[in-house]
Design a binder for this molecule. Structure first.
Ligand code: PBG
Length: 335
């Protein structure tokens, strides 16, 4: 009876949902998602040479830098409160082949970069992209045979690459290739070689996306034939993302990733609800380029678009966000 009466009363009560939006103080008191520089992973593009800082045409305001300039950048990032970088290198054309062997050259650009950064800023948590595409004469993430990207031989190459990054002092490797079984194989090899403290961030749900275009321009790594649809996921699919994330978690991934970010926020939530490890999201090059282009035209406010985008990604379930906006966002957040 009492509950019935209450239900009846409720019908006439005015709901005042705007109370919690009335001013900046109450809005910040009830904010569910708070972005901090601790959330960010900064992708860095590294080039050979000295004092190199080349703007990437398709990513205005973003640069490829030689190791010396990269170190300056890493120091600045650390001072802004950013704790992690994710390294990519631009491999010289003459070092590219179908085996990708430059990827595990102990004196390669990646290996030298890891050492130099860990040496200059030991507290910076260094992650590295693990995939063959920057080293492949075909621009594919794996070894090519008869026009196909072969799985198991590629995994062997990725294992060598990961162990070589570990030898150079990396904190966490990030396989972005989407081959089957690579997380288990890498974990096992790290154990065998006594790298028990090296982590794995698996690009688990990585979609075959047109939004990687600007990145491939940055590293000159566009596929020479075909596309990446036999290993990267079909953007029509949802369940497959959960399957991939659970597989990688089982195989020993410390962090699982969803990529791209913005067009896949439903997937981020789905994966977040399914796994027991932190979820990272890659706010990728095409997402960066879109905001930059619209801001340049004066169509959107760049800083507001950055904060809204990154907060939305975190709200969807991201514990970490790899983003080209990290430095700008940290600057805005630090006021
Ligand atoms: C390499 C790799 C790619 C990106 C990260 N690692 C490109 C690709 O898979 O073609 C894309 C990052 C971005 O677009 O910002 N496997």
């Amino acid at each position: 009876m009492a509950t019935l009466w209450f239900k009846f009363l409720e019908m006439f009560l005015q709901r005042r949902n705007r109370i919690l939006r009335a001013n900046a103080s109450i809005r910040s008191l009830v904010a569910e998602t708070v972005l901090t520089p601790n959330d960010f992973i900064v992708p860095l593009f590294i080039d050979e040479g000295e004092n190199v800082k080349t703007e990437i045409v398709s990513m205005p305001g973003y640069y490829r830098m030689s190791i010396d300039n990269t170190i300056k950048e890493v120091k600045e990032l650390y001072n802004l409160g950013i704790k992690s970088v994710l390294l990519f290198v631009k491999c010289k054309d003459e070092l590219k082949d179908n085996t990708g062997k430059e990827a595990w050259n102990k004196d390669g650009l990646m290996q030298r970069s890891i050492k130099a950064i860990k040496n200059a800023v030991p507290e910076m948590y260094v992650m590295t992209d693990v995939a063959l595409d920057p080293y492949s004469e075909y621009g594919h993430d794996g070894i090519v045979k008869d026009g196909e990207i072969v799985n198991d031989e590629t995994v062997e190459a990725l294992v060598k690459m990961s162990v070589s990054h570990a030898e150079a002092g990396v904190d966490m490797v990030a396989p972005s290739d989407m081959m089957d079984g690579r997380i288990a194989a890498i974990r096992e090899a790290l154990e065998e070689n006594n790298f028990t403290k090296v982590g794995i961030m698996a690009y688990s749900a990585k979609y075959a996306s047109c939004f990687y275009g600007p990145f491939r321009n940055a590293l000159d790594s566009a596929p020479g034939f075909g596309d990446k649809k036999t290993y990267q996921m079909n953007y029509a699919n949802r369940i497959e993302a959960v399957k991939e994330a659970l597989t990688d978690e089982e195989e020993g991934a410390d962090i699982v990733m969803v990529k791209p970010g913005l067009p896949y926020l439903d997937i981020v939530r789905e994966v977040k609800n399914a796994v027991q490890v932190p979820v990272s999201v890659y706010n990728i090059s095409g997402e960066y380029a879109m905001i930059k282009a619209a801001a340049k035209m004066g169509w959107i406010d760049e800083n507001k678009a950055i904060l809204e985008t990154l907060t939305s990604i975190k709200r969807a379930g991201a514990d970490l966000i790899a983003t080209y906006f990290a430095k700008d966002a940290a600057g805005i957040l630090n006021g």
